[in-house]
Design a protein around this ligand. Sequence first.
Ligand code: GLU
Ligand code: MG
Length: 437
Amino acid sequence: MRADSDLVMICTSDIAGQLRGKAVPRHALAARQQIGVGWTPTNVLITAFGPIAPSPWGALGDLCLVPDPATAVDLELPEWGIDECFVLGDVRELDGTPWACCLRSQLATAARRLERDHGLRLLTSFEQEFHYFGAEAQPGLGYALRAHRRLGPFPNRLMAVLESAGLETDSFMPEYGPGQCEATIGPQAAPKAADQASILRELVRATARGLGARASFAPILDPGGVGNGTHVHFSLWDTEGRPVSYDSARPHGVSHVAGAFLAGVLRHLPEYLAMTASAVVSYLRLTPHRWSAAFDNLGRQDREAAVRICPIFGTAAEAPQRFNFEFRAADAAASPHLVLAAVLNAGLSGLEQGLPMPPVTQTDLAALSEADLARTGCRRLPTSLTEALALTAESAWAEAAFGATLVDAFVRHKRAEIEALRDLTDAERCARYAQAY
Ligand code: GLU
Ligand code: MG
């Protein structure tokens, strides 16, 4: 039983992809919904490794972090060593307006624009990979029942914990890599989908910890190994709850409006890739033949496409409801709120410009000559965080979509992270990220 004096942590999802915040006694939470807790701008420059990136604010400035009670997680499962009490919130200026670097507010703003300007909502389901270190890992047991059995109580506990926290569980699997797992939850609108993606990460860590083990969502653990992706499934719906991504009369079933949205998502991808694949080692994962994403392509039956047109399971009548796309160029070094805000903002740009649907690839782009690749109209994605970040820093679209303040803070933050790892080998960098995430 919780005491009224027990602490509830009020958290924000930040540029480092971490949840950070301050705790207050439960009895004070109602009051904190009005006034929040004090927060400071420079916190958004705390890198995943500790040092604070050069801050334009220094020690100056005050903000407030205001909890959203709809996101509360309150789990007391002493028999499983789990005691989680936290809530997500928005960072606001003292006058109550959203702070430019509040990623949850950025997402809410983009979702509101989609609804206001286009009468559309994005439904999103996060499929997240991670490594669990509490079981004997062995190559060759990808998807194996033996691997699942070796995970012991972890998978069932995790599902129970997620459901107790109000998440709709979809599936769990022992993934391809030794010790690698994947957990997927049901679709939600923004920002709830991103809230739940953050909550899932924390509950995976909490469940592992309760078993005396650790889990890591680092994008890749070993330069030669398999990556951990955060795949974002999405579809468009109108405000009456009708699906609008599917049109059986059009190529690959992609509706006119979904085609324009996808065109924006892919056109701007190089400019916002740093926001979805935010670690130095993310670019070891985003290489061909790792089943991640290496080109800016829309693919069908291709698990290396940046955006994949997913197959439709079920009857033809169910196709409009089930039809969805999968954005694969993201990982858990990025805040799910920023990932989704970026996809939404890019899709919005495609809608606003009325862009035509991108060509659909069904071939291994990495096997093509440079000339043949050019003929597909597809580009190799940036191959390092440095390269991706330079494109973000120069992008007029990114500045208009996210505001100059966020882009500047993001670039400062990530430049400091690159600098902190400059003299390390790839293996050493992976080890640092394995700890950080
Ligand atoms: N592990 C792959 C990645 O880094 C994804 C494998 C799959 O689920 O298709 O994205
Ligand atoms: Mg997977």
